[in-house]
Design a protein around this ligand. Structure first.
Ligand SMILES: [Zn+2]
Ligand SMILES: [Zn+2]
Length: 129
């Protein structure tokens, strides 16, 4: 009889141990690898779509969200965090923008916008190193 009590007690202990273990591993997975699309805020399944906008790497769940971002990056990025592709100044203005190959860029001043407009690729090359 004593043996039986001991056995059921150890089974209890094992169960409790495995339960808490699986619990903590799932938590760790969630906080480490779950990423959300910056456009629609949906969970990104698998590797998603990566895109490098100037110096920032952004991630989307699908191609459509990527297109939405490229047309209007300022809508999805923190304000003040978008650099001017000409002088690297972070103080860009939303109304000073230029579309190049379907991607919108913002500038700190009219001078930078004009410079960029003459040769966008030359300035963007600096960000693709
Ligand atoms: Zn999305
Ligand atoms: Zn500038």
């Amino acid at each position: 009889m004593k043996k039986l009590i001991f056995l059921s007690l150890s089974i209890f202990a094992i169960l409790a141990f495995t339960n808490s273990k699986t619990f903590s591993t799932t938590n760790a997975i969630n906080s480490d690898s779950t990423e959300y699309c910056i456009v629609c805020a949906d969970k990104i399944e698998g590797s998603g779509i990566k895109y490098k906008y100037l110096n920032k790497e952004v991630k989307f769940c699908c191609e459509e969200c990527g297109q939405a971002f490229k047309k209007n990056p300022a809508k999805y990025l923190e304000s003040g965090g978008i650099p001017c592709p000409v002088c690297n100044e972070d103080d860009t203005k939303k109304d000073l923008s230029f579309m190049n190959k379907g991607v919108k860029y913002y500038f700190c001043g009219k001078g930078c916008k004009t410079k960029f407009g003459k040769d966008p690729e030359a300035y963007l090359k600096n960000y693709r190193k």
